[in-house]
Design a protein around this ligand. Structure first.
Ligand code: FAD
Length: 395
């Protein structure tokens, strides 16, 4: 496992920083936006206090280690993602090779413990990937579903065999993950699903269909949410999560759906016709039969935070390109930014974004301290969606 850690660019830089510190060497000036408090203590500025909201070295919740990761991932987006983005948008999915490059660079399964095959970073580090997606305006790929939804289900609830089989391969990007909850007749109301895994001796026979599944087209492994009990009390008590693998007889992928945004993140239909699954395909094995709904609910705050982090940064990105535009664009012989109405509008937008940034970072910190509840996570998501939609009205 140590070998894998040392292959990660950003981990190597991190080790170098720690070593130079312990030797008493000069610290790298990573926080190039750092400001100083009255008592001369260097302090990380908040995003609204810097030249650009996208500057590296900001936000009190982060450290120099996070800056190292951000620098690496920002470079990766510039070199490996943006040059391909238009082509991926047109084909409506991302090439497999980039998943493997992500894995080699140590960008997949960042918050999964190293002892079981992940990278072993904290969740704040993992979120930086989605933040940088927002800053790069390349929001189209569902890395988050793979690394911070699918992998945590396996890491937290999986059997030792499942962990050993899937986690290292997913961290390497050679096994791509998806999660299939939504059905043509059941979206928000998850308990309305009809996909049914019927007991047949020691096995289960899976029948049903799913829709809008991110990574569905490229996935090697799909966590499929299915009923395992019918007609006995509340459906929530009879839902299980199954690991269904590409190539299993009866598992078919449908078309990649057309979307108005996030085009390179394929959203696909999946069909299951008499797919025979052993009990060992249940996430966590037979012991976790009928526990799926509770696992899904338990993971909600984390999943909401992924979206919040990306959307907040996308709002900051849109503010910056708008500010840049009104500074450069001239009308009546002067830049638009000289007009007081434009200045007022920018000030209003920046205020909205900074308020939502403060709440977003609070949610991230609460999650870090293991105390983010589902309702607060929803408020965070709502709050940054509001500031992003304000900017959409302007850009
Ligand atoms: C880009 C994209 C990627 C996706 N990726 C995945 C994925 O990877 N895996 C997966 O399983 N699913 C995925 N989905 C599906 C997504 O989770 C569903 O779209 C979502 O759950 C909503 O379901 P629905 O579209 O069927 O809408 P519905 O549930 O039919 O809702 C329709 C409208 O009614 C409103 N509504 C619903 N219930 C209520 C209520 N009780 N009170 C008031 N209003 C209500 C909703 O807010 C919505 O506006 C994805 C969707 C998109 C757009």
């Amino acid at each position: 496992m140590a070998g894998r850690l040392l292959r990660c660019h950003w981990m190597t830089s991190l080790l170098r920083t720690h070593t130079s510190r312990s030797l008493g060497a000069n610290r790298r000036p990573l926080s190039h936006s750092a400001v100083t408090d009255e008592d001369s203590t260097p302090r990380r500025p908040e995003v609204g206090q810097t030249e650009s909201m996208m500057d590296i070295g900001t936000r009190a919740i982060h450290s120099e280690e996070h800056d190292i990761f951000r620098t690496s991932i920002r470079r990766f987006f510039q070199e490996e993602i943006l040059p391909n983005q238009d082509r991926w948008d047109a084909q409506r999915y991302v090439d497999r090779e980039v998943w493997e490059k992500m894995g080699t660079a140590g960008f997949l399964g960042v918050a999964i413990p190293a002892e079981i095959g992940g990278v072993g970073g904290d969740f704040k580090t993992s979120l930086i990937l989605y933040e940088e997606q927002g800053y790069a305006n390349a929001c189209g790929t569902a890395w988050g579903i793979h690394s911070d939804i699918v992998m945590p289900y396996i890491a937290e609830y999986g059997t030792p065999e499942q962990i050993e089989k899937f986690i290292p391969a997913m961290a390497a990007g050679t096994n791509i993950g998806a999660i299939a909850m939504t059905e043509p007749g059941a979206g928000s109301d998850l308990q309305g699903i009809k996909t049914y895994a019927k007991r047949d001796g020691d096995d289960f026979i899976l029948n049903g269909s799913k829709v809008f599944i991110s990574n569905g087209y490229v996935a090697d492994t799909v966590i499929v949410v299915a009923l395992t009990k019918i007609g006995e009390g509340r459906k929530a008590h009879g839902i299980s999560l199954f690991l269904v693998e590409k190539g299993m007889p009866g598992f078919q992928k449908g078309r990649i759906l057309e979307k108005i945004g996030q085009k390179s993140a394929d959203a696909t239909e999946l069909f299951f016709e008499d797919v025979r699954l052993p009990a060992s395909a249940i996430v966590g094995g037979e012991a976790m039969l009928d526990r799926g709904f509770y696992h899904l609910m338990h993971q909600l705050p984390r999943e909401r935070l992924l979206l919040t982090a990306g959307v907040q940064c996308h709002a900051e990105f849109m503010f910056e390109i708008t500010r840049d535009y009104v500074r450069k664009r001239k009308a009546f012989g002067k830049p638009l930014s000289n007009l007081q109405t434009i200045q007022h509008r920018l000030a209003e937008l920046k205020t909205e974004i900074c308020v939502s940034r403060a709440f977003t970072d609070r949610c991230i910190q609460l999650f870090h301290e293991d105390s983010l509840d589902s309702a607060t996570a929803s408020m965070g998501k709502y709050c940054c969606m509001l500031s992003e939609s304000l900017l959409h009205s302007l850009v």
